[in-house]
Structures are given as structure tokens and as C-alpha cells.
Design a protein around this ligand. Structure first.
Ligand SMILES: Cc1cc2nc3c(=O)[nH]c(=O)nc-3n(C[C@H](O)[C@H](O)[C@H](O)COP(=O)(O)OP(=O)(O)OC[C@H]3O[C@@H](n4cnc5c(N)ncnc54)[C@H](O)[C@@H]3O)c2cc1C
Length: 383
């Protein structure tokens, strides 16, 4: 469906095998216990997948958005928590690749499976409006001192590198921002609460506090005062398309779980299967149709990006909103089709239903995306 070439297909076939053998077996337990998916990530790291998008000169596979999309789709079909942790890592890698001078060693470590990255952007004060951090760097004796309350950080306390957003030292505009690389071993970076989410329960998306974290100016992962530009140009394509790819994977998992239930269970006293009920078959058909539509839309977005279409940025915004909506719709239909068995958590469709909800509240949220898209269509300023 994603129109991969032979090399890309080989990578996706490899990840499918890993996902079947070493990711899927942990998914239900990760969800139930809210455990960070260390073993699943180890499997991906051992096979070089933390370096999927790392440039080849740093030891990575040098792949782009299309392969990333197909890989995330496959992982999310087995474990959405693992896929989300992995996607946030790829967002971090995009920032590293934009500044290989400082981040080169970490790119090499990622390619070797030794470095997990993430974004620490959302703040308690500006909530989902991550583009306007309240925290502000201070310049002290040639160093930068970072203090911030980050409200949600995927892989909090688990990642090795954090791409931290903050207002530029001395800057006055809300979007005069910087991105800095903060490492796990830097003093003052602490996880400040637990993660016990409704869905994506393995994500460790806990709050983090930066207390007098000192970094040298060369830890900048954006140009001076250009954090906002890096968010939009470097990260948004990976984040938005990656989120949509996870949404498609969650849809696919819900379709499979629902089909298996409808064809496997039935009414003994009537000698019939659930699949003999036309209303349930229709729900399954709607799920399949919506999933195929979502994947086709994502492929069109990839085409627009790769061809340099002027519509590409708008379509990237669309992709996250549309993917999230599809995941909500498909998993809701799955819950209805599978009835009490789904409600009682006998089936993975219930986990898919909860995981899907996280995809729409991660910022930019669907509300904000539709507002941005509407403003763009009306020729209005987005920010
Ligand atoms: C599983 C998970 C993982 C996450 N991982 C990360 C991470 O790795 N790094 C990171 O930085 N953040 C992360 N986040 C945070 C995420 O990106 C959002 O910032 C967070 O979910 C926002 O929650 P909130 O309650 O602060 O939203 P609020 O900002 O309080 O929003 C509440 C509601 O208001 C709506 N709303 C807000 N503004 C507008 C507007 N202008 N127009 C219309 N409606 C609006 C929203 O859509 C939402 O429905 C994660 C969140 C989750 C759930």
C-alpha cells in the first residue's frame, strides 16, 4: 500500500518478523502493568532500528518518511506503546540529524542501539501549546541554565537524550525559542511523577522537572531563536506522519481482533457465529473501509512531501488529525461489534480503543489541527 521499493520492503519485512516474535508477546502485559516496553525496544535496537532514520555516514539505515511510516504501522499493529516510544525517538533523531556537529556521537549510538531519544516540549504552564514554552533559559557565565516543568515526556527517565524546548535566554516573544540536548546523566533532570494513562500505558509519559540544568551553548539543536522553526520544519513531518502511521496500525489491529472474534465465537443454541449477524459484518466492513482510507490518505501525504508539493505542510497537519479520527472511529466500531467480550477486556480491541485516544490528545491536538487547517484555508495567520 505504501508503494515501497525492494530495499524498503525488506526493512519492513524484517521489522514485521521482529514485531511478531519479540514485540507482540509483551503487548498485553505492558498494557496491563503500565511497564515501559524495554524488551520490545531491545529487539528493535538489536536489529538496528533505532538507527532507521540516522544518516548512513553515522552508521544508520538512512531511511526517510515512507519507510518510517510502514515500520511504525507494523509495530503499532502489535504494540502501540512500543510504536509511540519508537516514534518519539525518531523525532529526537530528526533534531540530532539537523545538528550533527553536537549530536553526531548520539546519532552513532542510536544506530548502534545504545541511545534512545525523545522530546520534552509540553509544559505545565502552556499545556498542549508546546510552541510557546513558559520556561526560559538563563545565560550564566557562558553556560545556559534550564529550569522547566515538562508536563508529559514519553520515555521519561528511560530515554538517554531529551530534546528540550525553552524560551531563548533574553527573548521576549512567546515563540522565540530554542531546542537543547539534555542527556540523562546531566544533573537536575528528574522524573517528577508517575505515568498511569488510560492508553499507551507503556509509554512512561510522565512529567519531568529540569532544575538548574547547566548546558553549554553548543548543545543547541536549533539555530539561535529558531526552536519554533525547527519544531515545524524538522520535527512536525516525523511527528504528524508518524502519529498517523501508528493510528493506521491501531486500526489494523482492531480490524483483526474484531474479525477473529466474529468468526470464532457464536451462539451454540442457534448453531451460528457472530459473523452470521449482518449488522456486525457491516461494522467490520466499515472498520476495514476506514482503515484502508486512512492508509491511502497517508500514502498521498507521503507523495505530497516527497514531490515537494506546496500542499505538503497542510497535508502533514491533516495526516495527524485524520489518522486520529480514523483510529477513534474504527476502534469504537470494534467495541460495538464485539460487545461485552470487548468491554470485559477479553480482546485486544479494548486496548486499541484506549490507545487510539492518546493519538488525538497528543499535541498538536485534533482540535488545534482542525483550527490551523481552517485558518490556513481562510488565509489567516496560524499563530
Ligand atoms: C501518551 C502521551 C504521550 C505524550 N508524549 C509527549 C512527549 O513525548 N513530549 C511532549 O512534549 N509532550 C507529550 N505529551 C503531551 C501532549 O503532546 C499534550 O501536550 C498533552 O496531551 C496536552 O494535554 P493537556 O491536558 O495539557 O491539554 P490542554 O491544552 O489542557 O487541552 C485541553 C483540551 O482543549 C483543547 N484545546 C487546547 N487548545 C485549543 C485551541 N487553541 N483550540 C481548540 N481547542 C483547544 C485540546 O484539544 C484539548 O481537547 C504526551 C501526551 C500523551 C497523552
Amino acid at each position: 500500500m505504501y508503494r515501497l521499493n525492494a530495499d524498503q520492503q525488506k526493512i519492513v519485512d524484517t521489522v514485521r518478523k521482529i514485531a511478531d516474535e519479540r514485540v507482540a508477546p509483551h503487548a498485553a502485559d505492558i498494557d496491563q502493568t503500565g511497564t515501559f516496553p524495554r524488551e520490545s525496544l531491545r529487539a528493535l535496537a538489536d536489529a538496528g532500528f533505532l538507527g532507521l532514520t540516522v544518516p548512513k555516514e553515522y552508521g544508520g539505515l538512512g531511511e526517510g518518511l515512507r519507510t518510517m511510516t510502514a515500520v511504525l504501522d507494523e509495530i503499532a499493529q502489535r504494540c502501540a506503546s512500543t510504536a509511540m516510544v519508537y516514534k518519539m525517538h525518531l523525532c529526537g533523531v530528526a533534531c540530532y540529524a539537523a545538528k550533527p556537529g553536537i549530536a553526531g556521537p548520539h546519532l552513532r549510538d542510536a544506530a548502534a542501539g545504545r541511545h534512545l531519544s525523545t522530546l520534552a516540549w509540553s509544559e505545565t504552564g502552556s499545556r498542549s501549546h508546546f510552541w510557546a514554552p513558559i520556561s526560559q533559559a538563563q545565560s550564566v557565565n557562558g553556560h545556559l541554565v534550564l529550569n522547566a516543568d515538562k508536563s508529559f515526556v514519553t520515555s521519561a527517565g528511560e530515554a538517554d537524550g531529551y530534546v528540550v524546548s525553552t524560551r531563548t535566554a533574553g527573548g521576549t516573544a512567546p515563540t522565540d525559542t530554542m531546542l537543547y540536548l539534555v542527556l540523562r546523566e546531566d544533573a537536575g533532570m528528574t522524573t517528577s511523577g508517575p505515568w498511569n494513562g488510560l492508553g499507551m500505558r507503556g509509554n512512561a509519559s510522565a512529567p519531568m522537572r529540569l532544575t538548574k540544568v547547566r548546558v553549554t551553548p553548543d548543545r543547541a539543536l536549533s539555530d539561535q531563536s529558531q526552536g519554533f522553526a525547527s519544531m515545524l520544519q524538522t520535527v512536525l513531518p516525523v511527528f504528524g506522519i508518524g502519529n498517523a502511521a501508528i493510528a493506521v496500525g491501531v486500526c489494523e489491529a482492531a480490524v483483526a481482533s474484531t474479525a477473529a472474534h466474529l468468526t470464532g465465537k457464536g451462539f451454540e443454541h442457534l448453531n451460528s457465529k457472530l459473523a452470521d449477524l449482518p449488522n456486525l459484518r457491516a461494522r467490520l466492513a466499515q472498520m476495514r473501509t476506514e482503515t484502508d482510507k486512512a492508509r491511502a490518505h497517508l500514502t498521498a501525504v507521503l507523495d505530497a512531501v516527497e514531490s515537494g508539493s506546496p500542499a505538503a505542510m497542510l497535508m502533514i497537519l491533516e495526516s495527524k488529525a485524520a489518522g486520529g479520527d480514523s483510529a477513534l472511529q474504527v476502534t469504537d466500531l470494534g467495541m460495538k461489534a464485539c460487545g461485552g467480550a470487548a468491554f470485559a477486556k477479553h480482546l485486544s480491541v479494548e486496548r486499541n480503543f484506549r490507545d487510539a485516544r492518546a493519538l488525538t490528545v497528543m499535541a498538536p491536538t485534533s482540535d488545534v489541527l482542525y483550527d490551523f487547517i481552517g485558518k490556513a484555508l481562510c488565509g489567516m495567520e496560524l499563530f
